[in-house]
Design a protein around this ligand. Structure first.
Ligand code: ZN
Length: 67
């Protein structure tokens, strides 16, 4: 992930002062830290574990109803 300027297409690992482009000084830039929320999302196994535990509970309830 790299810093990207929408005005002059500058790409770099660091941004300028105050988050502006070091090449042209524009504030119309894409900072990769905006996507930090996606990294905080729970992993896929978490969802699978949740679904499997719920289905196990459902099977146990059905088992009690049948017997
Ligand atoms: Zn620029």
């Amino acid at each position: 992930m790299a810093f990207y300027c929408n005005d002059c297409s500058y790409r770099g690992k660091t941004s300028g002062h105050g988050g502006q482009c070091p090449a042209c000084g524009s504030f119309n830039v894409s900072v990769p830290r905006v996507n930090s929320d996606e990294q905080k999302a729970p992993p896929r196994w978490h969802k699978i574990a949740l679904v499997s535990s719920w289905s196990l509970l459902l099977v146990m309830i059905l088992w009690k109803l049948i017997r």
